[in-house]
Design a binder for this molecule. Structure first.
Ligand code: SF4
Length: 331
């Protein structure tokens, strides 16, 4: 591991100043991904700025009924927060489906948004990887790609975003609040993560000198009728092959509003706008859900190891929507 300096910041402005003075620095939250990447020499910062002491560790109500989640809130605290469990149950579920109890106790909300892909070639310094070394090529395209993307991939990268939490946040139309040397700004959550295009090394809209301070959830009363389902190779401590976050509102078995997002299928949490469009105003039937899934997956493309994900995603979307209605949770 390369040598680096360690500094602990006590307030946001100090953290930003420290970062602006050291262009090859990294913010350290829970360290559950960054430290692994540093040990593997994938990330090699000159300086690490510990931001865990910043006063960003609270979940607070917003005047419109939404919530503001500080970026240093630990995943366990978020999942167990009474207002999150009550108003946004699929967000709580998504967090609890991620990683292990020990990791959730350490990991922060801000860090969760910035975690890197778990593509095995990204971690293998002997492999060709455009994300790690732009222009090197991508060994996953003709290699082991069971976990890789079926939507929005490019000839440069077919990696997936590994987060569960972010799938629910995409469905919720959350907003990411950031601070930098030029002040603060808000980034819509669905724009925060990028598709790979020809620059897979640039994963988010966050500038290198900006710090995530909070994630804001809008009020969404029908999010009480929501569920997160994760399909994976083993029951615990595995990343999603496919996941679905869904919230729905219905009137007499007609869908009046719906939110749907997919995980494990793209370089970013995938908001399923096409499926939502099919479902909004339609009867809550298996046929509607089949059409919605087909619309969302119309452009899906599989590779040798992951083509099964297209059918898996279709079945998971339909299954989640049927369950929401058959359990009576959507009325
Ligand atoms: Fe690298 Fe992306 Fe290819 Fe994986 S899929 S090897 S992360 S370029």
């Amino acid at each position: 591991m390369r040598n680096f300096t360690y500094t602990r910041a006590d307030d946001v402005q100090t953290a930003i100043q420290l970062m602006s003075r050291q262009p090859r620095a990294k913010y350290l939250g829970g360290g559950t991904n960054l430290v692994d990447l540093m040990r593997e020499n994938i990330e090699q910062p000159d300086a690490v700025i510990d931001v865990t002491a910043l006063p960003l560790d609270r979940v607070e109500e917003l005047p419109d009924g939404g919530l503001s989640i500080g970026s240093m809130v630990r995943n366990t605290a978020l999942a167990n927060h009474p207002l999150v469990r009550e108003r946004y149950p699929f967000l709580s579920q998504s967090v609890l489906f991620g990683a292990s109890g020990q990791i959730r106790n350490m990991a922060t909300v801000g860090g969760n948004l910035l975690q890197r892909t778990r593509c095995p070639y990204f971690y293998d310094l002997a492999a060709r990887c455009n994300k790690r070394t732009p222009g090197a090529g991508c060994d996953a395209i003709d290699g082991f790609n069971r976990d890789h993307a079926i939507l929005g991939a490019s000839e440069f990268c077919i990696a997936t975003h590994p987060s569960d939490m972010c799938v629910a946040l995409a469905a919720l139309d959350a907003t990411v609040q950031v601070e930098g040397p030029e002040g603060g700004r808000a980034i819509p959550f669905t724009d925060f993560h990028r598709l790979p295009g020809d620059t897979p090394q640039i994963e988010t809209e966050l500038r290198p000198d900006e710090l995530i301070t909070s994630v804001e959830l809008p009020a969404l009363p029908f999010a009480v009728n929501s569920v997160y389902r994760k399909v994976r190779d083993r029951r615990s401590y595995a990343f999603a092959l496919v996941s679905v976050a869904a919230a729905v509102q219905a009137d007499d078995d007609r869908i009046t509003d719906v939110r749907l997002a997919l995980g494990g299928v793209a370089h970013k949490p995938w908001r399923a706008y096409a499926a939502e469009e099919v479902m909004r105003g339609a009867p809550a039937t298996a046929e509607t859900f089949q059409r919605a899934a087909a619309a969302e997956l119309a452009d899906a493309r599989g590779f040798a190891g992951n083509a099964f994900k297209i059918e898996l995603a279709r079945r998971t979307i339909v299954g989640v929507m049927l369950d929401l209605f058959e359990r009576g949770e959507a009325r």
